[in-house]
Ligand binder design. Structure first.
Ligand SMILES: Cc1cc2nc3c(=O)[nH]c(=O)nc-3n(C[C@H](O)[C@H](O)[C@H](O)COP(=O)(O)O)c2cc1C
Length: 331
């Protein structure tokens, strides 16, 4: 069964890839992920604030006025609490590159245009085969419009694109009013792929201590439906391959994402829960599922259900919404 797919300029032997996260933090796990058949290795993100923080430290050492760095890194965790500082990140990237045969995707997380994006160039020099840019941002200022935020993000993509020739994926949150328009603008600015969606860190409140409870829950397949909807809407409307991240735990989840329009399917929580070998199991299950359902190859089926999901997305969405609300009866 031909499971190959094109993503970020690579022909991958199958679409199930590890997503950005801690799975590439140590070389043993990296090798286990590769042994499980991962077509690429994805590193966790290096954050804009880390790069800016290092530039500020350097400026202090050189006795430059640190106010020249507009973005305060005041709230950011101390360097010793983070997995990698910028220099360590580059060294680690080099070690991972040397340890595996598959492409290595580095990840940057940032939201504002500025000098920090030079780091993309250093990542390229350190041997990355592609970069994923995670635009994780939270709009909190009532005076800032969505147009301003989107323009800023597009500018970040444009600036990163200017510095690297490598394939560039852009990972988004679902909280955009006009996602198809925004995604098209990102592709125009130089994104080679769009990754849907990052998960917001959603802290709980502890009512006994009246404190904010930091919480990082692993995902569940319930989160996939939101992605299916937007994959189907963007597929064919944006001139770049799409990847899914969020809620894929089984081969069946992967099939849904592929049929909705994903060219690559990222998996993190399921691998953290079950170990890297789960990727090999998912690959086997995916092949079996396609065979049992008489699909000769994967590629022609990518996006095959995007039309069914949203032929006239706006009208169908409204009609389904009305139907579901009006036909619901107490059980
Ligand atoms: C422990 C942990 C660390 C993560 N670190 C990163 C990161 O550094 N950069 C990033 O873009 N996403 C990061 N993610 C998000 C994942 O890449 C992925 O988008 C998210 O977990 C949803 O996919 P899943 O349902 O397969 O877990 C992290 C997720 C987890 C659970």
């Amino acid at each position: 069964m031909d499971l190959s797919t094109r993503y970020l300029g690579f022909t991958l032997p199958h679409p199930l890839v590890p997503g950005a996260g801690p799975l590439a933090d140590d070389l043993d796990t990296v090798r286990r992920v590769e042994d499980a058949g991962a077509p690429l290795i994805a590193l966790r993100s290096l954050f804009e604030e880390q790069v800016v923080g290092e530039q500020m430290a350097l400026a202090r050492a050189l006795d430059m006025p640190s106010e020249s760095f507009a973005e305060a890194t005041h709230w950011f965790p101390d360097a010793q609490d983070l997995a990698f500082g910028p220099e360590e990140y580059l060294e680690h990237l080099g070690r991972v590159k040397a340890a595996v045969r598959v492409p290595v995707v580095a990840s940057l997380n940032g939201t504002t245009p500025g000098g920090w994006v030079d780091f993309a160039h250093r990542i390229a020099q350190a041997g990355a085969d592609a970069i994923e840019l995670n635009l994780y941002d939270l709009a909190t200022d009532p005076a800032t419009t969505s147009a301003t935020i989107e323009a800023r993000h597009v500018e970040v993509v444009r600036e990163v694109r200017r510095r690297i020739r490598l394939p560039l994926a852009v990972k988004l949150s679902p909280f955009f009013t006009a996602l198809p328009n925004f995604a098209a603008a990102l592709v125009e600015a130089g994104a080679d792929a769009i990754v849907l969606f990052n998960r917001f860190y959603q802290p709980d409140l502890d009512l006994e201590t009246l404190e904010v409870k930091p919480e990082l829950r692993l995902s569940s397949p319930v989160e996939l439906n939101l992605r299916l909807r937007w994959l189907a809407i963007l597929h064919g409307r944006v001139r770049a391959p799409l990847a899914v991240t969020g809620g894929v735990h089984s081969a069946q989840d992967a099939v849904k994402a592929l049929f909705a329009g994903a060219s690559a399917v990222q998996v993190v929580s399921a691998l953290l829960l079950h170990g890297p070998a789960h990727l090999a199991k998912m690959r086997g299950d995916l092949e079996r599922w396609l065979e049992e359902h008489d699909y000769p190859a994967l590629a022609p089926s990518i996006g095959s259900m995007s039309h069914a999901h949203c032929a006239s997305p706006h009208l169908i969405e409204r009609a389904n919404y009305v139907r579901i609300l009006h036909t619901w009866r107490p059980g």
